[in-house]
Design a protein around this ligand. Structure first.
Ligand code: ADP
Length: 488
């Protein structure tokens, strides 16, 4: 581990048409949030560079080097990629932690661990999903083919780059598409390494291109391309809106958005194990410094147990070990960047101004390390019109609001523009089902927070987005339906 954390990282290039190439624009520094040091540089792809990547992906798609390969052959390559991710898991995890600051234990499982599993899952799906024969009149044969869309543009964020990158890449590749992948500028290194793995494992040149750079230049160029058929994105609502505008202004490409949340974690007084609920709820918001799209960032708690529950949760928050993400004792690592930390802290000023009470945290810590760390933060007296109730922080900040009745809990749960995740803690089965039915969200957890695996879809409603990553449903994003109507 020590050797890996100190290993020099060579300056990175774009992965274009199967080769490593310099961009037209100036390189960007990669700053480690662990201690503020410059790890290496990545290229800043210009619109012309992105154009070359899209052209390469299009050429690869059209000549069928991947798109018309037998399913069993595609499956073999994708299994080989999964094997290699597993073989390089330690290197990938440490590199990713140095780049984005997530604590190692979580990163190891969530990044290479999930990415390998995702490639395997969709590898196995390749030869198990089929088209349809429609129930037409007997003098006609109606065939519904599932065909790849062509070129997929994937824009991914910095919190779990490898996992979320794989959620998009693996189903798109499984269905025979070519992909141009744009990592976040503060977490590109593991996805560049994944490109090398894919290439080594036999993914043909041009089928995957990786373009690094800023969102405003590189990402926007991909979004405005007239030769990208589907854009798949995870990130902020503001960027999601820009992507829809870009689609409208270019070629009306399909745009799938997995955006933020302000997910309610609802605790009823009838929950039989409030201590356990407090423990799980603390990790539901604070893991990865709250930089999790499904984080349970609003605690709605029945007034009868409000004070006790807040006390238990605060105790949990204060006991969490925040620190060097490569120290295996750390439970929470660094905030991804100086900009993100500054943004988190600006919410603290707003919370105070709007009557919130910061029970614990609210400040930068471990400043002498040169890294970007923030204390787990609990804010009570957050009213439904407060900024902290309505806006996503994407930091280790929990907003607490009391309620008196089930109806009020449901109303408060749904009183935001978001609809990504939620949780309900109760010992009453009927109440649990009523809440699941009433909460508008992509996932509602009951008596836990945050569990999931590859078999279930992840996606939001309302302004949390559209479409789903994971599960067999994700394949639908990367296929078109084509009908053959044959007169017999
Ligand atoms: P966050 O605020 O969490 O960083 P963003 O939505 O800004 O979320 O970033 C998610 C991804 O979107 C990153 O890869 C980023 O570079 C990219 N991105 C940001 N702005 C744009 C844009 N205008 N067009 C396309 N991609 C963008």
């Amino acid at each position: 581990m020590d050797k890996l954390r100190q290993a020099a990282v060579a300056p990175q290039k774009l992965f274009l048409d199967g080769t490593w190439q310099a961009a037209e624009g100036a390189p960007l520094d990669v700053v480690s949030p662990i201690d503020g040091s410059v790890l290496t540089t990545i290229e800043g792809a210009s619109a012309a560079d992105v154009g070359r990547a899209v052209a390469s992906a299009r050429a690869a798609f059209e000549d069928g080097r991947w798109s018309r390969l037998a399913p069993a052959a595609r499956k073999k390559v994708m299994h080989a990629i999964a094997d290699r991710i597993e073989a390089e898991a330690l290197e990938l995890a440490v590199l990713g932690v140095r780049d984005n600051g997530t604590e190692f234990n979580m990163a190891y499982k969530a990044e290479p661990g999930s990415a390998a599993g995702t490639f395997r899952y969709y590898a196995e799906a390749i030869d198990k999903v089929a088209g349809e024969i429609a129930p037409t009149a007997p003098d006609v044969l109606g065939l519904v083919h599932r065909v790849p869309v062509g070129v997929v543009g994937a824009i991914v964020p910095w919190n779990f780059p490898l996992m979320i990158g794989a959620w998009k890449l693996a189903p798109a590749l499984a269905m025979g598409n070519s992909v141009v992948l744009k990592p976040a500028e503060t977490a590109s290194l593991t996805l560049l390494r994944l490109a090398r793995i894919c290439s080594d494992c036999g993914l043909p040149d041009g089928v995957l291109n990786v373009v690094t750079g800023t969102g405003a230049e590189t990402g926007a160029a991909l979004a405005h391309s007239t030769d990208v058929d589907v854009l798949t994105f995870t990130g902020s609502g503001a960027t999601g809106r820009r992507l829809l505008e870009a689609s409208a202004a270019s070629n009306l490409k399909r745009v799938y958005l997995e955006l933020g949340g302000k997910s309610p974690n609802i605790v009823f007084a009838d929950d039989p194990d409030l201590a356990q609920a407090a423990k799980v709820s603390a990790m539901g918001i604070f893991r990865n410094s709250g930089q999790v799209c499904v984080a349970g960032s609003r605690l709605l708690v029945e007034r009868a147990v409000h004070d006790d529950f807040v006390a238990m949760l605060t105790e949990q928050a204060e006991a969490l070990q925040v620190g060097d993400p490569l120290d295996l004792r750390s439970q929470i690592g660094a905030v991804n960047s100086e900009d993100q930390l500054r943004r988190n802290l600006s919410f603290m000023d707003m919370a105070r101004a709007e009557g919130g009470h910061i029970v614990t945290g609210g400040a930068r810590i471990l400043g002498d390390t040169g890294g970007t760390y923030m204390a787990p933060t609990v804010v009570t007296r957050v009213t439904p019109d407060a900024t902290l109730f309505q806006r996503e922080v994407f930091g280790p900040v929990l907003a607490v609001t009391p309620f008196d009745t089930e109806e009020e809990a449901l109303r408060l749960a749904n009183a935001t523009e978001f609809g990504l995740a939620a949780a309900v803690w109760t010992g009453n089965l009927s109440r649990a089902h009523r809440m699941v039915a009433g909460i508008r969200a992509g996932v509602v957890h009951v008596n836990t927070y945050g569990g999931a695996d590859m078999t279930v879809p992840l996606g939001g409603v309302k302004q949390s987005g559209n479409g789903h990553d994971k599960s067999l449903h994700a394949l639908d994003k990367y296929v078109d339906l084509k009908t053959a109507w044959i007169q017999l």
